[in-house]
Every structure is written in structure tokens, then in C-alpha cells.
Design a protein. Structure first.
Length: 182
């Protein structure tokens, strides 16, 4: 998520050469035809947010081994024999946006997982501040506040899973007023 109100005119200028897709099917076609792995998507509207518990809300031993990787060895110039290692808090939920693309009879609904780190940070903040009422505040931001802006989804995939698209960032500048267009 990109915080609104922070020099959006410059960000708009930098984004202006990138033509956003208006339909997810066009991103998938561009992946197949041109091998793209990133694309900006401007959905018609956000239908909702799905929140699903993850199968294992704690890190497994395998997960920890992968996360810690080379961190346990320490560096040549470390003063301590044992480096300090802090693990990230695992999110107990996966988050998905359901959204519409297309017009009239061609309108289609899509669903993609949100992996934007700021969505995770928003969850952690809402959980810390509101406890059992975290979901109401979290949904308010992701289902009402952000979609009321000029929302674009930065879609991406990975080399090993090219047909599995994720929402890797939310970009939501305020709507431009008429005077800003020229």
C-alpha cells in the first residue's frame, strides 16, 4: 500500500508511462504472449475482502530453517559468537481481494491473494490496537477507504509459478481533480 498524500503528482508522473490493464484476462494474455511477470491493473470495483485462517499459524521447523538460512553462521566481523536473530511474526490469515473487471455482459469476477507487506503490517497494527475488534477496522481500510481512492493493483507472479498471480502492492492515490488533469 502506498500512503496517500505524499507527493502524488511526482508519483503520477513516474507511473504515467505505464498503461494499466483494465481486465485481468489481458494481463494473463500478455504473460502468455510477451512473458510479462508484472502489471498494473485498474479493476472496475472491489467486491470484498476474504480473510482465511492459514493452516498453521505458527512457523514450522522447516519454515524457520528457511527463514534463518545463512543468518545463523554470523559474519567475519561480528563481535559476538552468536548473532542476534529475530524472526518475523507469522500472519495467522491469508487475505484475498475479490474484484470486477469488464463492462456489461463481459464483466468477470476475479480473486487474488494480497501479499503486500503493508497489508500484513495493517493487520498487525489493527490486532495490536483493537484486539478482538481488529477485523472491523482492517476491513474498513481495505473494503471502503482504499477502494474509494484511484486504486490500482500491482500484480506479479514468480518464475516457478507464472500462472499464479498475486497482488503484490496496492497503489491508491487520491482521485485527480479536474484542475490537476491539465
Amino acid at each position: 500500500m502506498v500512503e496517500p498524500g505524499r507527493n502524488w503528482s511526482e508519483r503520477r508522473r513516474l507511473l504515467s508511462p505505464v498503461k494499466p490493464f483494465v481486465n485481468f484476462d489481458d494481463i494473463e494474455a500478455a504473460r502468455k504472449g510477451n512473458r510479462i511477470s508484472l502489471g498494473l491493473l485498474k479493476p472496475n470495483r472491489i467486491l470484498g475482502l476474504d480473510i482465511e485462517p492459514v493452516p498453521n499459524p505458527q512457523w514450522t521447523e522447516d519454515d524457520l530453517a528457511k527463514l534463518l538460512g545463512g543468518q545463523t553462521q554470523g559474519g567475519l566481523f561480528d563481535k559476538d559468537d552468536k548473532p542476534f536473530i529475530r524472526t518475523l511474526r507469522k500472519l495467522p490469515y491469508d487475505f484475498y481481494y475479490r474484484y470486477e473487471c469488464g463492462e456489461g455482459a463481459a464483466t468477470k469476477v476475479f480473486r487474488h491473494k494480497l501479499v503486500d507487506w503493508e497489508v500484513g503490517a495493517l493487520y498487525l497494527t489493527c490486532d495490536r490496537l483493537y484486539g478482538a475488534n481488529w477485523e472491523r477496522h482492517f476491513r474498513d481500510k481495505l473494503e471502503r477507504d482504499i477502494p474509494s481512492k484511484d486504486l490500482m493493483l500491482l500484480m506479479g507472479n514468480q518464475h516457478r509459478f507464472q500462472d499464479q498471480w498475486l497482488i503484490i502492492s496496492l497503489i491508491y492515490p487520491p482521485h485527480q481533480s479536474q484542475g490537476e488533469l491539465f
